[in-house]
Ligand binder design. Structure first.
Ligand code: ATP
Length: 258
């Protein structure tokens, strides 16, 4: 399997603060790759660099060999990169189906002007979008809530809809930002199962920032650990669990928090 995403010497400074310091990593196709680290370690900043919200101060971020560092955020979907957000990014007054359709339409090729000119193409895209929405509803097991306004659903169900929106573009790379925070145990286990199915059934590559160590250790192929902006370890979950620098980083955090 080849590298899908590569970070080479990525640094991000905010004024005098180095939030991400010379981080290099590679995510291979079909992997579940988790980024972990104590609070303030630079995980969100790194995630925002990969999703082109921030530009690195130096270094490069390559997706299938293409440099993402000069691309606008909206160009990422066209390349096959989708993300979720720490805070829910759903339209609460709209139904589940409409939320998924919006996820699709924001990436369809047709705009109103070309729709008038190319009616046939627009119609085909619309039908494809509806088929795709049905696949996602099926995959995420949300048939029974499809016509409910999203705002009336439990938090875990709303997060599932948000995941569905990210899946609408059939991404090659799915970026998940603290997907399970705020969920109960059952909801967490459901999401973990969906993420594994995305990899096993669809061959999707997943990059996630996650605080839930149970999920990270259960489903990741590789884990990267950052602390104070720098990468301090990378390996399989069992290698990471036994790494003295990782244990120290986490225990040190607990000590200072106590
Ligand atoms: N936009 C910003 N401007 C200035 N400093 C920032 C900005 N974003 C993050 N930082 C700083 O960069 C450092 C890394 O923050 P970041 O949010 O990336 O850490 P994190 O690992 O995601 O933390 P948490 O687990 O608490 O979400 C912190 O010291 C933070 O205060």
């Amino acid at each position: 399997m080849s590298d899908l995403l590569q970070l080479q010497g990525v640094t991000k400074r905010f004024g005098g603060l180095t939030a991400v310091n010379d981080v290099s990593l590679s995510v291979r196709e079909g992997q579940i790759y988790s980024l972990i680290g104590p609070n303030g370690a630079g995980k969100t900043t790194l995630f925002n660099l990969i999703s082109a919200v921030f530009r690195p101060t130096s270094g490069s971020i390559l997706f299938q060999g293409q440099d993402l560092t000069r691309m606008p955020t909206h160009a990422l979907a066209r390349l096959g990169i989708a993300r979720t957000f720490q805070n829910l990014a759903v339209f609460k007054h709209e139904t589940v189906v409409n939320n998924l359709l919006v996820g699709m339409h924001s990436h369809l090729r047709s705009d109103p002007f070309s729709s008038a000119l190319f009616w046939g193409r627009t119609r085909r895209e619309e039908l494809r979008a509806r088929d795709r929405v049905e696949e996602i509803i099926d995959f995420l097991e949300i048939e029974d809530i499809r016509d409910h306004p999203v705002g009336t659903l439990s938090y875990g169900q709303q997060k599932r809809v948000e995941l569905g929106r990210a899946l609408a573009i059939s991404p090659k790379l799915l970026l998940l930002d603290e997907m399970v925070s705020g969920m109960n145990q059952e909801e967490r286990e459901d999401i973990a199962r969906f993420i594994l199915d995305l990899k096993d059934e669809l061959g999707m590559t997943v990059f996630m920032v996650e605080h839930d160590m149970g999920i990270v250790m259960d489903i990741s192929d590789r884990v990267c650990v950052v602390n104070y902006g720098s990468k301090i370890a990378e390996g399989t979950p069992s290698e990471i669990a036994q790494n003295p620098a990782v244990v120290e980083a986490y225990l040190g955090t607990k000590r200072s928090a106590a």
